[in-house]
Design a protein around this ligand. Structure first.
Ligand code: FE2
Ligand code: FE2
Length: 162
């Protein structure tokens, strides 16, 4: 193996921050995958485990958006509709989460609640990715700085849960 020439910038890439919207999209993707896993799960124990992951991921994701991403976007876009609507939708998401978090997956009503949560999240994510994120990216908001702040907050929130 040859010694590489001086390329210290490559070495630092492991800690390279994700852009804010890329980080949020990765969360959306993970949550969507978890909902698909729920549909395939056959035992109560498996369902319960997946639901607790969904609730944790969704709650932390929503909190990071509300604390960091939404205020940043709202300020730079002078937005009066997209962000308030998203916050109202988060409130509905939280009430759906509260109905399934820590509850035994005991039949069709539980499955129905997960299905409705899945559909609601899909609708909310679509609006973020198709309307809010493109506007945010087109603005002069520093997406990398925002992403770094969000990443640090997420790690702190996950540590609290552990
Ligand atoms: Fe959201
Ligand atoms: Fe989101």
């Amino acid at each position: 193996m040859q010694t590489k020439p001086d390329q210290s910038s490559q070495k630092a890439s492991t800690s390279k921050a994700m852009e804010a919207t890329a980080m949020l999209k990765a969360d959306h993707q993970l949550i969507s995958t978890l909902f698909k896993e729920y549909e395939k799960a056959e035992t109560k124990a498996a369902k319960k485990k997946i639901v607790s992951q969904i609730c944790l991921e969704l709650s932390i994701h929503a909190q990071i958006e509300e604390e960091i991403f939404y205020p940043g976007v709202k300020a730079v876009l002078k937005d009066k509709t997209l962000i308030p609507e998203a916050i109202v939708e988060h409130a509905t998401l939280k009430s759906l989460i509260a109905q399934v978090e820590g509850v035994e997956p005991d039949g069709e009503m539980f499955d129905a609640k997960i299905k409705v949560l899945d559909e609601y999240v899909t609708h909310h994510v679509k609006e973020e990715q198709e309307e809010m994120f493109p506007e945010a990216k087109a603005s002069n908001l520093d997406m990398v700085a925002l992403g770094e702040k969000m990443h640090a907050r997420k790690q702190a929130l996950l540590a609290e849960q552990a």
